[in-house]
Design a protein around this ligand. Structure first.
Ligand SMILES: NC(=O)C1=CN([C@@H]2O[C@H](COP(=O)(O)OP(=O)(O)OC[C@H]3O[C@@H](n4cnc5c(N)ncnc54)[C@H](OP(=O)(O)O)[C@@H]3O)[C@@H](O)[C@H]2O)C=CC1
Ligand SMILES: O=C(O)[C@@H]1CCC=N1
Length: 276
C-alpha cells in the first residue's frame, strides 16, 4: 500500500487544529481519495478547493461513502453526540484518527465498536506551517500499513512520533499540544516587560517575537542542547545572569512554575478522558 490515501478522508471538525492539519494534507497531496469535511461553520476557507467537499453534519454524508480515514477534530465535549453518525464506518478498513484531548482509545472503542481501528494522536498548531509535532498511539487493530499512512498524514504537517503506551498522551497533550500557548505567552510577557523597562510598544513586541522565534530556530539547527545555548548567552558577571537568577529561582521560578503548569494540564487531560 502506498503512503497516500486512495479512499476519502473525512475530517470531522475543521476548526483551528483540524483546519491547520488539512492545509498540510492538501498541499502535500497525501489525501489522494479526496477530503470530505464535516463542520457546521468552520470549513469556509476550504469550500471549493480541489478534491474537497463540505457537509454541515455527519447525517448529511453520502450513504455509499467508504472512507479510509475519519479524523475526529472536534472538542472533546462534542464527541459523544456525534460518534453515532460515524459508527457505520467502523471496521478493519477505516481508521479513526482522534486528536481530541483526553479521549482514550477505550472511549472510542466503546462508542464505535470493539473492532474499530483507532489511533489517538496529539498534534499542535505549528502544523499550520508544517512545523508541528504529533505523538500517536494506535490500538491493536491498526495494521502496520494503516499506521504507516497515519504517520505519513502526521508527517505532512511536521514531525511524528509513535508510542505504544497510551498513558503518555496526557503528558504529551500538556507539553507539546498546549506548548505553543506557553511560548506565545512568553512572547507576550517579554514584550510587556520590555515596555515596563522603557521600550516603545512596537519595538518591544517585535524584539520579543523575533527573539523567541530565532532562539527556537537556533535550538533546532544546533547540535548543542538548549542548556548549552542558554549558557552561551550568559556572560559571567553580565546582564543575562541577573535575569536568570530571577527566572530560575528556587520555589517560584520558571522551572517550578512549568512543572506545576504541565502537571495541571496533564491532570485536565485525564479528567477529560474520565468523563465518559
Ligand atoms: N487548538 C489546539 O491547539 C489543539 C487542539 N487539539 C484538539 O483538537 C480538537 C479541536 O480543537 P480546536 O480545533 O481548537 O477547536 P475548534 O473549536 O477550533 O474546532 C472544532 C470545530 O468543530 C466544529 N464542530 C462542532 N460540532 C461539530 C459536529 N457535530 N460535527 C462536525 N464539526 C463540528 C466546530 O464548529 P463550531 O465552532 O460552529 O462549533 C469547530 O469548527 C479538540 O479536541 C482539541 O483537544 C489538539 C491539539 C492542539
Ligand atoms: O487546550 C486544549 O485542551 C487543547 C489540547 C492541546 C491544545 N489545545
Amino acid at each position: 500500500m502506498s503512503e497516500r490515501l486512495e479512499r476519502p478522508l473525512v475530517l470531522v471538525g475543521c476548526g483551528k487544529m483540524g483546519g491547520a492539519m488539512l492545509e498540510g494534507w492538501l498541499s502535500s497531496g497525501i489525501a489522494g481519495g479526496g477530503v470530505v469535511i464535516v463542520d457546521p461553520t468552520g470549513a469556509k476557507a476550504f469550500d471549493g478547493r480541489s478534491g474537497v467537499s463540505v457537509v454541515a453534519d455527519g447525517k448529511d454524508l453520502p450513504g455509499d461513502l467508504n472512507p479510509e480515514f475519519v479524523v475526529l477534530a472536534v472538542k472533546p465535549q462534542q464527541m459523544d453526540g456525534l460518534l453515532p453518525d460515524y459508527s457505520r464506518f467502523a471496521g478493519p478498513d477505516c481508521v479513526f484518527l482522534s486528536i481530541a484531548a483526553g479521549k482514550t482509545i477505550d472511549y472510542f472503542e466503546s462508542h464505535l465498536g470493539r473492532e474499530a481501528v483507532v489511533i489517538r494522536a496529539m498534534p499542535n498548531t505549528p502544523a499550520a506551517i508544517g512545523q508541528g509535532i504529533t505523538v500517536a498511539c494506535p490500538n491493536a487493530h491498526a495494521s502496520s500499513a494503516q499506521s504507516a499512512i497515519a504517520e505519513a498524514l502526521l508527517r505532512a504537517v511536521g514531525e511524528a512520533v509513535s508510542v505504544d503506551d497510551e498513558s503518555l498522551i496526557d503528558a504529551v497533550t500538556a507539553l507539546s499540544g498546549g506548548g505553543p500557548a506557553y511560548t506565545f505567552l512568553l512572547m507576550e510577557v517579554m514584550a510587556k516587560a520590555g515596555v515596563a523597562a522603557g521600550l516603545p510598544d512596537d519595538l518591544a513586541a517585535r524584539l520579543a517575537l523575533v527573539t523567541v522565534a530565532g532562539a527556537g530556530q537556533l535550538a533546532l539547527a544546533s547540535d548543542e542542547p538548549p542548556a548549552t545555548l542558554r549558557e552561551n548567552v550568559t556572560s559571567p558577571g553580565g546582564t543575562t545572569l541577573e535575569a536568570l537568577k530571577v527566572l530560575m529561582r528556587d520555589g517560584d521560578g520558571l522551572p517550578d512554575l512549568m512543572v506545576e503548569a504541565i502537571a495541571a494540564a496533564t491532570r485536565r487531560s485525564r479528567e477529560l478522558g474520565a468523563k465518559e
